[in-house]
Design a protein around this ligand. Structure first.
Ligand code: IMP
Length: 500
């Protein structure tokens, strides 16, 4: 028998299609769109919940045994006793914050938190000096980003220069870990020294002028002494972080291997909790007013140890109105008493602008930083761009109840469908805004009145006509179907369109 007459063996090439269901939740605007609501919905039935990117700059609120808890690093899936929660390789982990969060979870009665929490060994470690560097970088910049000051940018920068430490590194013997920390600190020492000289000079001048401490000093004397001490004693950090690694040694895993073990089982459900959003994504957002990770779909997938072929559904989240913290262009922004520094300017209640009323009526204050959020009208152009960039399968529009209520209060609701920019009508975010310094002028569709969503309205069909028209226009502008509609603050306040 020669080779050609031999029975051919059938070889299967490529991934097995019978895989776990994977739901990926991505923010469509500038963060704070209510991603936690959809995440909680899917996490209730999930086997694995993954936090993919970012660090303690994100904040989401979950309810455990009826009590509210704000999580920054631990995936919200920890509230489901059957689910494993993984902090994926795309994150930057502040162990001080993680330990506090875990202690809080113990207090809330989640006694098995350490059995169900896993940490990818290839996630990045965020050290206290990253937080100092975050402030120093802002100090250097003329055009402030308005970061959360949690050290996110500097921690990712260390990963990019390959000086950064991965979680696995913390398990090295203390002497080796000390050397690694000494090396990365030597990279950052010049900036610390510049600031050290600057503030000492300022302090002297202010003492001479008998002035009080300048507001531009960013650290207390104790904080600064502690930071400067790292340079002479990196072993102190090494000892502390090696201890953390020992404490978490049972949780530190090969993330790729863990995710594959779920992915290859068709019975399993995986939920990926995106952090920040498309417009805050380093790669796809409004640079430089962005965070330092790729918070869009592809970055989120790789941060979760997944490939572009794995998602069952990519769900893009937005609200019925828009909000933003930090600096950056916001075409549909309402006037408000928020200053250029992002802080509230004192005002009398009767002088409140539309933006102040939207912020206060809807509790628009940062979950992590408590900063007041800027608010504005629904920007269909921006969301359409996010749909295109994220490859979203469906939209979730939250706060449909709030926007209906605001519509009643103001007698109108607006949706931006195009921008006027440089004398032309466009339907995309201009990428040369930093060059032209021109803010796109929104063109609006305006509705008269608002609506009320009552508890009796259980399905999309039950909604008031105007609310349905609002949803349909969003679908038309963005080219994406709205499958999920948030109608209240609680996780269960969500209507899912079964027809889609
Ligand atoms: P960083 O992520 O702290 O470096 O901040 C960079 C920008 O992203 C700033 O404008 C922050 O206000 C914004 N940002 C970071 N995380 C969040 C978030 O979870 N929600 C909203 N904005 C965020």
């Amino acid at each position: 028998m020669n080779d050609t007459t031999k029975e051919q063996k059938i070889v299967t090439i490529g991934p097995d299609k019978k895989r776990a269901r994977v739901y990926v939740i991505i923010g469509g605007c500038w963060g704070d769109e209510g991603k936690g609501k959809v995440a909680a919905f899917y996490s209730a039935n999930a086997d694995l919940v993954i936090r993919a990117t970012g660090g303690a700059n994100a904040g989401h609120t979950i309810y455990i045994n009826g009590k509210k808890i704000a999580l920054h690093l631990v995936p919200g899936g920890i509230g489901n006793p059957k689910a494993i929660s993984l902090i994926g390789q795309g994150t930057v982990i502040d162990f001080d914050i993680l330990v506090n969060e875990i202690n809080e979870l113990y207090e809330y009665g989640i006694e098995d938190v350490m059995d169900r929490l896993k940490i990818s060994g290839t996630a990045n470690v965020l050290f206290p000096y990253h937080k100092a560097l975050d402030k120093l970088h802002e100090w250097l910049r003329s055009n402030k980003v308005g970061t959360t000051a949690k050290g996110i940018g500097p921690a990712y920068a260390d990963e990019t220069t390959r000086f950064g430490l991965k979680v696995y590194d913390l398990l090295l013997p203390v002497e080796e870990l000390t050397e690694k920390i000494r090396e990365v600190l030597s990279l950052h020492k010049p900036l610390f020294s510049i600031y050290n000289k600057w503030w000492k000079k300022e302090a002297k001048m202010e003492t001479k002028r008998k002035k009080k401490k300048s507001a531009s000093w960013m650290f207390t004397a104790e904080e600064w002494t502690e930071y400067m001490d790292f340079f002479s004693h990196p072993e102190k950090l090494a000892i502390k972080y090696h201890e953390y690694a020992k404490q978490f040694s049972k949780s530190i895993v090969n993330g790729h291997h863990l995710v594959q073990s779920f992915l290859t089982n068709p019975e399993k459900v995986i939920v990926v909790e995106g952090a920040q959003s498309v417009c805050l994504s380093l790669k796809e957002g409004h640079y430089p007013m962005v965070t330092s990770s790729d918070a869009n779909t592809l970055g989120t997938l790789s941060g979760a140890h997944l490939s572009h072929k794995d998602p069952t559904e990519v769900i893009l989240i937005a609200k019925g109105y828009f909000s933003k913290v930090g600096q950056g262009i916001f075409p549909t922004e309402f006037e408000s008493h928020i200053g250029a520094d992002g802080k509230l300017i004192a005002y009398n209640k009767e002088d409140a602008y539309e933006g102040d009323i939207y912020r206060d009526e809807n509790g628009e204050y940062g979950a992590t930083t408590k900063r007041p959020r800027r608010t504005g009208a629904f920007d269909g152009v921006l969301l359409k761009n996010s749909v295109q960039k994220s490859g979203a399968d469906y939209l979730c529009i939250n706060c449909i109840d709030s926007i209906g209520y605001m519509g009643k209060k103001y007698g109108k609701i607006k949706i931006c469908y195009a921008y006027d920019y440089q004398g032309r009508e466009i339907d995309y975010w201009p990428d040369n805004i930093n060059l032209t310094c021109e803010i796109p002028t929104p063109k609006y569709l305006t509705f008269d009145g608002g609506w009320e969503i009552t508890k009796a309205m259980k399905t999309y069909e039950d909604f008031p006509t105007l609310a349905k028209t609002f949803i349909q226009i969003i679908e038309k502008i963005t080219g994406c179907q709205v499958k999920y509609i948030g109608v209240g603050p609680k996780n269960e306040d969500m209507v899912i369109r079964e027809d889609l």
